[in-house]
Design a protein around this ligand. Structure first.
Ligand code: HXC
Length: 512
């Protein structure tokens, strides 16, 4: 018996080494943790339960029978994060560069299947050279298929902790949240060598697919960390805002932040002049429990802000215009960013708060040619589809089309529309409106310039308040900025039992 147990221990010790100590040292020299060190740092101590530790590939091509390692380049299983179950896999770069062969893929599929069946989030730790070249055609399809089946059932996170090239990029792209680490994550479909061969362009892997590229330009990455440790902390924090699956509700820790705390600073943040910008993040923080705003996609489409806060412990998804960037107008990237976030919140029972200060859609040829009509429609669709509790707050201006584009209007399914006393609501901006409705008066005036300014001011005075819109029934309540936090807590509390059923169908045809 003793020998049998010793045999197991010896085999386990071998499996723990992946591609061997030399390769682990190399991994450390690259500035990366090993697959197992990553899991240790991510999950609660002692909670990891491994599956298929002794799996090896069965390929004999290219002398591969001599290149067998227990686990086949991926460590898979389940663990707990803050006591909640997650399923995860961590690719082991020390074994053939974490490349994905049949056995490797089948292990990933196994944990994904278990996650779907048990309703637990899936976390993939990616560090891989892509499809294993010696094993022929890649196995990614089986993972893409499961990513899609898991979509809207359990939250899916992908942490890019090394290379992620070729077909490998599409599993993260199908996930809900992509995390990258500055300096070590690289994501691209075709690498620098292929690009050079095909187009002659010379570019480094970092310039092509580093964390900065995907967090600032492509919008692929949702969160960027300076180190792997920071990335794991981000994962834990994000998870704390989410339910484990679509039938659950997010954890609701007891808040020690007074629900009736006055948000007096908001009045000082919103400038008197409608032309002056301010930082909407300061307002979000004012309202949030402990002034904590967990922002997502911070560096992409900065004219719109998305992220999570808690209101008296309740997890809430926030979508807000950022007046400091393009005056908070809506454009192509902002539409993509908000639409996806709205659908995520709706899929996972997370109430939605809109904080609105929006002059409308960004005008221009670039936007029209790029398809702002098509992209803007995604946001409208997402709002009209969402059935979670929804509250919109008009912080300052809202003109015309943005009434729907920022879901201010009840017509697109918003439950409560609140205006601060600072709100300015009109069909279009005063400058544009005056040009149209006072066209003749301006043209016939002795001093058309002065008349135009007078008419703009007249229009603004008429609409630079929320009362006309309230009279027309657009607004449920007008409140002072200092009671915004307590009002929102009460509003979401009133919406707690909300049920809104829609006709059954296979799925809608969102204009992607
Ligand atoms: C088999 C691989 C591999 C792969 C790396 N290795 N990628 N083995 N299949 N795809 C092996 C290397 O041979 C090496 O083995 C070890 O992993 C470490 O790799 P290095 O190149 O030494 O490391 P590094 O310099 O850090 O470069 C990492 C890398 C590079 C950038 C990932 O290895 C690389 O470019 N690999 C190929 C990437 C790629 O083109 N993948 C696409 C595959 S096709 P030794 O024994 O020397 O330690 C694909 C299409 C799927 O994915 C389509 C699905 C829709």
């Amino acid at each position: 018996m003793k020998e049998k147990n010793e045999e197991l221990k010896a085999k386990e010790a071998l499996a723990m080494l992946g591609g061997g100590q030399k390769q682990i040292d190399k991994q450390h020299e690259r500035g990366k943790l090993s697959a197992r060190e990553r899991i240790d740092q991510l999950v609660d101590p002692g909670s990891f339960m491994e599956i298929e530790m002794f799996v090896t590939h069965q390929t004999t091509k290219f002398g591969m029978e001599k290149e067998k390692y227990y686990g086949d380049g991926v460590v898979a299983g389940s663990g707990k994060i803050a006591g909640r179950q997650v399923y995860l896999y961590s690719q082991d770069f020390t074994v053939m560069g974490g490349s994905l062969g049949k056995a490797h893929a089948s292990k990933i599929c196994h944990v994904m299947d278990l996650a779907i069946k048990t309703g637990a989030p899936i976390i993939g730790l990616i560090d891989s050279g892509g499809a294993r070249i010696q094993e022929g055609l890649g196995q990614y399809g089986s993972i893409f298929f499961r990513n899609t089946q898991a979509s809207g059932i359990v939250p899916q996170f992908c942490l890019i902790l090394g290379p992620c090239a070729g077909g490998a990029v599409y599993s993260p792209a199908l996930c809900d949240f992509v995390f990258m680490v500055d300096g070590i994550s690289k994501m691209h479909i075709t690498g620098p060598n292929v690009i050079k061969a095909v187009t002659g362009e010379e570019i480094t892997a970092e310039e092509l697919g580093g964390a900065k590229v995907h967090s600032q330009k492509s919008g692929v990455a949702h969160l960027v960390a300076k180190s792997e440790q920071e990335c794991f902390e981000q994962v834990k924090k994000l998870l704390s805002f989410l339910p484990s699956n679509y039938q659950g509700v997010p954890p609701e820790p007891t808040s020690v932040d007074d629900p009736d705390r006055l948000t007096e600073e908001i009045e000082g943040i919103i400038p008197d002049s409608p032309q002056r910008a301010y930082d909407m993040k300061r307002i979000i923080r004012q309202v949030a429990d402990h002034n904590d705003f967990f922002e997502i996609q911070e560096d992409f489409a900065k004219n719109i802000l998305i992220g999570f806060i808690r209101l008296n412990g309740m997890s809430v998804g926030v979508i807000a215009n950022q007046p400091m960037v393009s005056a908070g107008s809506l454009d192509i990237d902002a539409s993509d960013k908000s639409a996806r976030f709205i659908r995520f919140c709706d899929a996972f029972n997370i109430p939605i708060l809109n904080l609105v200060d929006c002059p409308g859609y960004l005008p221009g040829k670039q936007q029209e040619y790029g398809g702002i009509i098509r992209h803007g429609a995604k946001t409208l669709y997402a709002y009209c589809e969402a059935v979670v509790p929804r509250v919109s707050v008009i912080v300052r201006k809202i003109y015309g089309g943005a009434m729907s584009g920022m879901a201010v209007s009840k017509l697109v399914g918003t439950d409560f529309t609140i205006a601060l006393t600072t709100a300015e609501i009109a069909i279009m901006g005063p400058e544009a409106a005056a040009n149209i409705i006072f066209k003749d008066e301006i043209a016939q005036a002795e001093d058309p310039k002065a008349m135009r300014i007078q008419k703009i001011n007249e229009y603004r005075q008429k609409f630079a308040n929320p009362y006309m819109a309230a009279e027309e029934g657009w607004i449920d309540a007008i409140i002072e900025p200092k009671v915004l936090r307590s009002y929102l807590i009460a509003a979401f509390d009133r919406l707690k039992g909300k049920v809104e059923l829609r006709p059954g169908k296979r799925h809608g045809t969102i204009p992607l």
